[in-house]
Each structure stands twice: as C-alpha cells, then as structure tokens.
Ligand binder design. Structure first.
Ligand SMILES: Nc1ncnc2c1ncn2[C@@H]1O[C@H](COP(=O)(O)OP(=O)(O)OP(=O)(O)O)[C@@H](O)[C@H]1O
Length: 334
C-alpha cells in the first residue's frame, strides 16, 4: 500500500515540530526515518498511524485520504521500543490478541487463530516459545514476538519506532538483518524510525534524513552516503568539516591519514594525535584528536594493510587531509 504524506505540519504550542513534510512511500517499500533526537521522526510516524493529528496537510493511504480516519480503521501494525507484551498472556496468546478482539463477524475461528499464530511464530522463528510468558524471554525475542503480534492482523502498513533501540549492539545487528529478510518475504509497506545511521543504511530501501522538523534528503542508502545533499546530511553521516568553512564535511572513508614528519606541508590539512585505533579487519577505525581544538574527535577509516604500513601507535602525531581523488573506493565495512 502506498502512502503519500502531503504538506504535513505540526506544532506543539509555539514549537514547530513538523514543517510542511512531503513524502511518497511506495507500496512494499522499507523506509527509514533517520535523524537526531527531537527532529520529528516519531511525530511523523504517529501522524501516519493516526495516533496524532496534524495541524495541516493530508495522509493518503492507497489513494484514499486517511487524514481523518481513526487509527483502528487504518489497518496499521506497530512495534515500539517499549511496546510491552501483555505480561499475563503466553507468547501464543499475545500473538493471537489482535485476532481475538476483532468484532464477531470478522473474527476467525479458534482453529484458524491457532493456525495463524503457529504460522507467525514460525515466521519469526520462535514457535518453540509459544507457551512461555514474556518475562521468560530475552529482549530480542520479545521484539520478535511484538512483530509477530503486529503482523497477525495482516496490516497494510507496518510502523516501527526504534524497535531495537533497547537492545545491545550485537542483538540489534542480528535483528536488523532478520527484519530485512522478513520484509523481503512479506513486502508489507514499512516505515521504521531510527537515529542510528548504520541501521538505516543497512536495512532500508530508502532513507529519509530529517532535521528540525524538515526533510533534508530522501534517497537510497547509497545515494545519501555517496552524495549527501546538504552539509547537515554529510555531518550526520559522520562527516567533519575538515578544510575550512563552506566545504562539504568529509566522512571517515574520505580522509587520508599520514604520519606527521618534520617539514611536511600541513596546508589544507589538520594536525592530530592518534588517540585510538580499533582494528575491525579489513578496516581500522581511527580516533584522531585535532591539535587546534577546532573540531571534536575526527574519525577516519583505513584499510588494515595501509594502517600497518604506516606503523602508527596511539599517541603518534598524524596529518589528516581529504583523500584524493574524493570518492576513492571505501575499504569494505567490517
Ligand atoms: N506531546 C508533545 N508536546 C510537546 N512537545 C512535543 C510533544 N511530542 C513531541 N514534542 C516535541 O516535538 C519534537 C519532535 O519530537 P519527536 O518525538 O517527533 O522527535 P524524534 O525525532 O522522534 O526524537 P527521538 O529520537 O528523541 O525520539 C521534540 O522537540 C519534542 O520535544
């Protein structure tokens, strides 16, 4: 189901939380809303869901103006970071919930509900946990059950608000790959909110970068990564404005790092101290502290072989400059 967000604005008192948002989401797409805390991601998601009303603009779902359609009628599924499962119900009862509360005429039979629950638990690969209670599950398992519960009513649209936000880094990584595979199987139009750029770039078909209630850029992960449309996007994707004002911030893979030797020409470059080198073969992430204090820590990323050939140790002085030519191939991510 396609979704058209048409000129949506929202104020909270005098605060302008969303400013004339226009966005077309294609049927079957997995879209990430990415941006810093407070930029309006959740507000936009809640307006699409019908949990919040906009001051102006329309939400069109599948060609129908849904702006004033009640949340119950919109047929959207939700998974939120803290959208707890019902503690007193087993996993199977939780997943069945949305079907059991359907009006009598639409409610499937007990047998159909049981079959559907089993099918969904298999889909999220947790059918062996059907009789457990939420307290007996890990955080990651709980979020997978929350997703199964959201899918039970066959929503037209799936909305996920930082669904893996409360989980540790390793589980997050596993779950986002799993979510991508699940989406490839189901093709439910899905929007997920995250402030984690890696998560958005890895999982989504397209990424919407938001800043202070506005959209800065919409594009495929590759487009936004390779061609950030605004300095904000470049900075948000890890860039630093290395060489003076007015130039595009450079991202970690766009930086060259050399050992600082006596007599080295430092024009157009930044002198820094290597604070930390994290080897994540085939890549090394470097944290560099600029001498001038003009920047925060700078992150650079080198291939492991190149890093070893420089023979750098933590505490060494280095010279950081734009890699030339810009757009040289990025060392593969770990
Ligand atoms: N009910 C409300 N009343 C007043 N202000 C609100 C309300 N809901 C949100 N805001 C404000 O609107 C702005 C956008 O909030 P929103 O939750 O959409 O941001 P977000 O991008 O999802 O942030 P986060 O990543 O921290 O969840 C914030 O500055 C927030 O303080």
């Amino acid at each position: 189901m396609s979704i058209n967000v048409q000129n949506i604005s929202k104020h909270f008192g005098a605060f302008h939380a969303l400013d004339n948002i226009r966005l077309d989401i294609q049927s079957g797409e997995l879209l990430a809303l990415l941006g810093p805390s407070g930029c309006g991601k959740t507000t936009l998601l809640r307006i699409i869901a019908g949990l919040e009303t906009a001051d102006a603009g329309q939400i069109v779902i599948s060609g129908e103006d849904s702006t004033h359609v009640h949340v119950r009628e919109r047929n959207v599924g939700f998974v939120f970071q803290h959208y707890a499962l019902f503690r007193h119900m087993t996993v199977a009862e939780n997943v069945a919930f949305g079907l059991r509360v359907k009006p009598r005429g639409e409610r499937p039979s007990d047998k159909q509900i049981q079959a559907k629950v089993f099918e969904l638990l298999k889909l999220v690969q947790l059918d062996w946990l059907a009789d457990r209670y939420p307290a007996q599950l890990s955080g990651g398992q709980r979020q997978r059950i929350a997703l199964a519960r959201a899918l039970a009513v066959e929503p037209k649209v799936l909305l996920l608000d930082e669904p893996f936000g409360a989980l540790d880094a390793q589980v997050r990584k596993e779950l986002r790959r799993w979510l991508r595979r699940l989406h490839d199987e189901l093709h439910v139009t899905s929007i997920f909110v995250t402030h984690d750029q890696e998560e958005a770039l890895e999982v989504a078909d397209r990424v919407v970068l938001m800043n202070r209630g506005r959209i800065e850029q919409v594009g495929s992960p590759r487009e936004v990564w390779e061609h950030p449309a605004t300095p904000f996007v470049a900075r948000f994707l890890g860039g630093v404005p290395l060489v003076g004002d007015g130039t595009r911030p450079l991202r970690p893979h766009e930086l060259e790092v050399q050992r600082l030797l006596p007599g080295t020409d430092t024009r157009g470059a930044v002198v820094a101290t290597l604070r930390r080198a994290l080897v994540l073969d085939p890549v090394v992430r470097l944290e560099l502290e600029p001498e001038s204090g003009a920047h925060d820590l700078i992150e650079a990323r080198l291939g492991t072989a190149q890093f070893h050939s420089l023979g750098l140790r933590e505490g060494d002085a280095v010279l950081v400059s734009p890699r030339s030519p810009l757009g040289a191939p990025e060392p593969a991510l770990a």
